[in-house]
Design a protein around this ligand. Structure first.
Ligand code: C5P
Length: 209
């Protein structure tokens, strides 16, 4: 058996997080939602009353990040996704979080990581790379339902605007922009439910093992 590193990338609300959790459970592997790392850096800056664009403070926050801070429920808030995409464009922040992610990926037996640059930068040698996507409208619909279910007051239009802005920022930044790794398998979940996405993903994983 090879080290089972499963690298999952994709834009915001593509369903990659749900899929990553299910794959991790199914294959008995640890899972890291790497978006949480960037969200935690953003939250640390906000809590310290620092500017999100303060690169030195952001790098410090990234270097002193602790695993315990990844459980903070505030990390899931809508504003934090936005703030995370600002700090994630700072190269020193990405560099500081790289070792963290690679150590996680080196777990004996393997690991599942999901984010924006796992297959391209963090784990370029991963035997399985998936790129999960869906139309912006479908992704906005999912995020809208999720936020509504948690009682965050927000309109569908605002969520769609967030998604489009975040897609553009993540794809256009100079440092590790969101792109499809050459050897990634693309799964478009626009017309798939969570079970359908899971079946498509396990079909890929099982051929690579
Ligand atoms: O996936 P999530 O919405 O939690 O990610 C929040 C933000 O963190 C993304 O919009 C992106 O800018 C950044 N991110 C990143 N690289 C990753 C994971 C997340 O740049 N591997």
């Amino acid at each position: 058996d090879v080290e089972m590193v499963i690298a999952i990338d994709g834009p915001a609300a593509s369903g990659k997080g749900t899929l990553a959790r299910r794959l991790a459970l199914h294959y008995g592997l640890p899972h890291l939602d790497t978006g949480l790392l960037y969200r935690a850096v953003a939250l640390a800056l906000i809590d310290a009353d620092r500017d999100l664009a303060d690169a030195a403070a952001a790098e410090d926050a990234a270097r002193s990040l602790r695993a315990e801070s990844l459980g903070d429920t505030r990390l899931r808030e809508r504003a934090m996704g936005e703030a995370a995409s600002v700090v994630s464009a700072i190269p020193a922040v990405r560099a500081a979080l790289l070792d963290w992610q690679r150590r996680f990926a080196a777990a004996p037996g393997g690991a599942v990581l999901d984010g924006r640059d796992i297959g391209t930068v963090v784990c370029p040698d991963a035997p399985v790379k998936l790129f999960i996507t869906a139309s912006p409208e479908e992704r906005a619909q999912r995020r809208y339902r999720e936020l509504g279910g948690r009682g965050e007051p927000v309109t569908f239009e605002a969520v769609l605007a967030d998604i489009v802005r975040r897609d553009a920022r993540d794809a256009d930044r100079a440092a590790a922009p969101l792109r499809i790794a050459d050897d990634a398998v693309v799964i478009d979940t626009t017309d798939l439910d969570a079970d359908g996405a899971f079946r498509a993903a396990t079909a890929v994983v099982d051929t690579r093992r």
